[in-house]
Design a protein around this ligand. Structure first.
Ligand code: G6P
Ligand code: ZN
Length: 542
């Protein structure tokens, strides 16, 4: 029943920041998904008879690719596949399932926060046995293999029923359809003080959670409504849809505007949150109080010991380079190390595995800990709940208290989307050319202290990653960072990250736009953004 199918390589299967992401139409080309999956298997060693986890965020093409992956896993000699019922597994739940089942690895089918549907995006990411995204040496091997592949193996068999819990046989391989929520919910219950959170909700604490018609619906409904007693309807858009109801499942101030408006209204609930397509990102908004992802990381790190799972304290904190330095001040106060990594969750895996860091976070709305090897949207919300229940304060009070203790890192990210790739590359190249001459010069942002292209040496295995973003650091501690997105599927997106630090005794109550205006002007002067892109405004500000 095993077929060997002849194929020719595609030259565009290089995994990006987070796996291979392409338009659905690209994945629908004959052999396209098969080539990539076989390239993954060909890059691995020793999986015969082992377990593979497969699941996705329910987007368009999820079920079709799961059936292909199942038949290919069987033909390539895996012993068992665990697949989420209905093909559903949030990214953090997939990570947990890989870890808890002792799997060899997993295929996570998602394009994260990108839209879904026949004209939108799909993605395949391979995660290794620690539950985290494959490190660069593995993704490089997958890419190299994809350029020479000439055949793939697939079983000639009917579709597997992935909607009914239980085990069936596919050739010599067992397929186990598992409840996607139960194991994950139990993990959350082991980390957080559910009785205290339940009591807070019963005592009148109100919340709203927007699942954005994406994967977190079943998880949020089970955990927030069933286990913690929030009223039915707390979870909005709670059914995963293949096209996410035509919404863009990115929990930022543009795409989750309805939630933002509700949180700013006179009758706003105490707490609002949202997650993205595959459930690893989070947006946190207190009543009349938006919390930036960078600040959220800092507050969670400073207060994590209030949750049972972190009562012993943190071993270290890790953040991506473009994420603000707010967490650095917390690490300093706690007397624990702070690691600054390139963008991409995969860089945290080694630090977590080595026990060097406990909590990690990124400006791109990702926060997580050593409980899994992915960022985790629902986890972040639950840690906030646990802190609110322990401190009996509002989100706004906690933020004010945090800034009064550590100072405030005013922060924003300006995105220039859908730029021609050559224009974006030219902008970055020109900027890189100026770096050596910038220190000591002045512009609207102040005097430049240092300028470089961020490079990282992983402290656990000494692997080097270069060209990870241009940093312009000013004398007063302010910073402007430029990098091109690694997750887009069309053209290029320029991200400009702008940060200004104000001491605890400084002005902590400025509007972010006002606080950052001189640095925004400096970014224009330094990179001639309008000249290269033709845009005089960013398309998204978060
Ligand atoms: C994904 C990764 C994150 C990363 C983000 C950056 O969400 O999982 O770890 O921070 O992409 O995306 P970008 O588009 O800036 O490369
Ligand atoms: Zn995501």
């Amino acid at each position: 029943m095993i077929q060997t199918i002849a194929t020719t390589p595609f030259d565009d299967q290089k995994p990006g920041t987070s796996g291979l992401r392409k338009k659905v139409r690209v994945f629908q080309q004959p052999h396209y998904a098969e080539n990539f999956i076989q390239s993954v298997f060909d890059s691995l060693d020793g999986y015969a008879g082992q377990t593979l986890v497969i699941g996705g965020d329910g987007r368009y093409l999820n079920r079709e690719v799961i059936q292909i992956a199942l038949r290919m896993a069987a033909a390539n000699g895996f012993g068992r596949v665990l697949v989420g019922q209905g093909g559903i597994l949030s990214t953090p739940a997939a990570s947990h399932l890989i870890r808890s089942s002792g799997a060899f690895g997993g295929l996570v089918l998602s394009a994260s926060h990108n839209p879904g549907g026949p004209d939108e995006d799909f993605g395949i990411k391979y995660n290794v046995s620690n539950g985290g995204p494959a490190p660069e040496k593995v993704t490089d091997a997958i890419h190299a293999r994809s350029l020479t592949i000439d055949q793939y193996r697939i079983l000639d068999a009917a579709d597997v029923d992935i909607d009914t819990l239980g085990t069936s046989q596919l050739g010599a391989m067992a397929v186990e359809v598992v409840d996607p929520v139960a194991g994950y919910a139990a993990l959350m219950e082991s980390l957080f003080d559910f009785p205290a959170i339940k009591a807070m909700i019963a005592g009148g604490f109100t919340l709203a959670f927007d699942s954005m018609s994406a994967v977190t619906g079943p998880y949020a409904t089970e955990i927030f409504e069933r286990r913690l007693g929030a009223p039915a309807g707390t979870v909005m858009n709670g059914t995963p849809l293949p096209d996410f109801g035509h919404h863009h499942p990115d929990p930022n101030l543009v795409h989750a505007k309805a939630l933002y408006d509700r949180m700013m209204a006179a009758d706003a609930p105490d707490f609002g949150a949202a997650s993205d397509g595959d459930g690893d990102r989070n947006l946190i908004i207190g009543r009349h109080c938006y919390v930036t992802p960078s600040d959220s990381l800092a507050v969670l790190a400073a207060n994590a010991h209030l949750a049972p799972g972190y009562a012993a304290g943190l071993k270290g904190i890790a953040r991506s380079m473009p994420t603000s330095g707010a967490a650095d001040r917390v690490a300093q106060k706690l007397g624990i190390p702070l690691y600054e990594t390139p963008t991409g969750w995969k860089f945290f895996g080694n630090l977590l595995d080595a026990g060097m860091a406990t909590i990690c976070g990124e400006e791109s709305a990702g926060t997580g800990s050593d409980h899994v090897r992915e960022k985790d949207g629902i986890w972040a919300v639950l840690l906030w709940f646990n802190i609110l229940a322990a401190r009996q304060q509002s989100v706004a009070d906690i933020m004010a208290d945090h800034w009064a203790t550590y100072g405030r890192n005013y922060y924003a990210r300006h995105d220039y989307e859908a730029i021609a790739k050559d224009k974006a590359d030219a902008l970055m190249a020109a900027l890189r050319d100026t770096l050596a001459s910038l220190p000591g010069t002045g512009n609207s942002g102040g005097t430049v202290k240092a300028a470089d292209d961020f490079a990282y040496t992983d402290p656990t295995d000494q692997s080097m990653s270069k060209n990870q973003g241009v940093r312009i650091l000013f004398e007063d501690g302010s910073r402007v960072v430029f990098r091109l997105s690694g997750t887009g599927t069309e053209g290029a997106t320029l991200r400009v990250y702008i940060e200004r630090y104000v001491e605890p005794d400084g002005d902590l109550a400025l509007a972010t736009g006002d606080a950052l205006a001189p640095l925004v002007a400096a970014a224009q002067e330094l990179a001639d953004i309008t000249g290269y892109t033709g845009m005089d405004q960013p398309s998204v500000i978060t």
